[in-house]
Design a protein around this ligand. Structure first.
Ligand SMILES: Nc1ncnc2c1ncn2[C@@H]1O[C@H](COP(=O)(O)OP(=O)(O)OP(=O)(O)O)[C@@H](O)[C@H]1O
Ligand SMILES: [Mg+2]
Length: 322
């Protein structure tokens, strides 16, 4: 690819991935992606979050030049997709909804085959790169096993290894922890962090809110094909105020005092009394509780989570839209 134009795209602040009004309507009429404006900053770990069916994979397939948008534009590494697919893809490692594997070949032989199909890959370093990639995803011991005998999690790891055969400027991972056990999920998250610390931009989709919170610096939230919000993860959560939480053996009295003090939406749940944090000095509220004889065990404002943000932004739960 033309390096200069790719870096120019990033320098102008366009991001490693940049879409404008990107739209996909499938033949049956399904509007899967609806006017998407996405900007993925260079060096970010960008979480693409949304419930099942919200348009994540369809977006990723358009970004990778696998399907044509109905309208709108997508730029990856500063180049238009799908027009520049051939030029862009060598710089992008992708894992999209289960990689195409030959079941009769071992994991290692699948990677060797994939790498030899890549005209930009150096055949002299092929074996070493395949071994390193298998190692990185924890498949060294299972490398000789036929892919058809791999579990879902092992296939997922092999797909990830395929994305890591060459140094990449961008990794696009569609639900990379899908099918993995908790230990496998932790390993993949650690790997994503490690890759990002080497300067690779990582774009990963997930329907797991806590996963996005754990690994991502930035996130976009999708619901029913539309972008709900995007930005730094800390800012997304900070936009939503947390709940005031008082832990006490005197919940009824605490609730009364809080209401008298103008705290809205007071809810009692056993020894936990929560409400909307008031404006002004929280210490005064704590003092008021104590002065009224309420025994306070815990007092504070709980940090809002991405899940709170999602609920607040969409007004709905994290369920599949009909
Ligand atoms: N090839 C297709 N033809 C028709 N409709 C499709 C096609 N692919 C996806 N859709 C529809 O587009 C919408 C978005 O699907 P998509 O696969 O992009 O969602 P997703 O966010 O990746 O979901 P998941 O979390 O389940 O992977 C869904 O309503 C889906 O049924
Ligand atoms: Mg999907």
């Amino acid at each position: 690819m033309d390096e200069a134009s790719a870096t120019a795209g990033e320098r102008t602040g366009d991001g490693v991935i940049h879409t404008r009004a990107l739209t996909k309507r499938f033949r049956g009429g399904q509007l899967a992606v609806d006017g998407l404006d996405l900007t993925v900053p260079a060096g970010s770990v960008f979480g693409f979050l949304g419930p099942n069916g919200s348009g994540k994979t369809t977006t990723i397939r358009m970004l990778m030049g696998l399907i044509e948008p109905t309208s709108g534009t997508a730029h990856v590494l500063g180049r238009p997709m799908p027009r520049a697919t051939r030029a862009v893809l060598p710089y992008v490692g992708a894992l999209i909804e289960g990689p195409a594997l030959y079941g009769f070949l071992s994991g290692r032989d699948n990677l060797l085959r994939l790498d030899s199909a890549d005209p930009t890959a150096d055949p002299r370093t092929r074996r070493a790169r395949v071994t390193a990639a298998l190692d990185r995803v924890g498949l060294a011991a299972a490398a000789g096993k036929k892919a058809k005998a791999y579990s879902l999690g092992m296939k997922q790891r092999l797909g990830l290894a395929a994305a890591l055969l060459q140094p990449r400027r961008l990794l696009v991972l569609d639900e990379p922890t899908n099918g993995l056990d908790p230990q496998g999920m932790r390993e993949i998250r650690a790997l994503v962090r490690e890759l990002a610390s080497d300067g690779t931009t990582v774009f990963l989709s997930s329907h797991l809110l806590d996963e996005i919170e754990q690994v991502c610096t930035h996130a976009a939230v999708m619901a029913r094909g539309r972008l709900v919000t995007q930005g730094a993860v800390t800012e997304l959560a900070a936009g939503i105020r947390g709940r005031l939480v008082v832990t006490t053996p005197d919940p009824a009295d605490a609730a009364r005092v809080l209401k008298e003090r103008g705290v809205a939406d007071v809810v009692v749940d056993e020894d936990r009394v929560t409400g909307e944090p008031p404006e002004g000095e929280l210490a005064d509220l704590n003092a008021a509780l104590v002065a009224a004889g309420v025994r306070v065990r815990g007092f504070g404002v709980e940090r809002a989570t991405l899940e709170d943000a999602f609920m607040a932004l969409t007004g709905e739960g994290f369920d599949v839209a009909g």
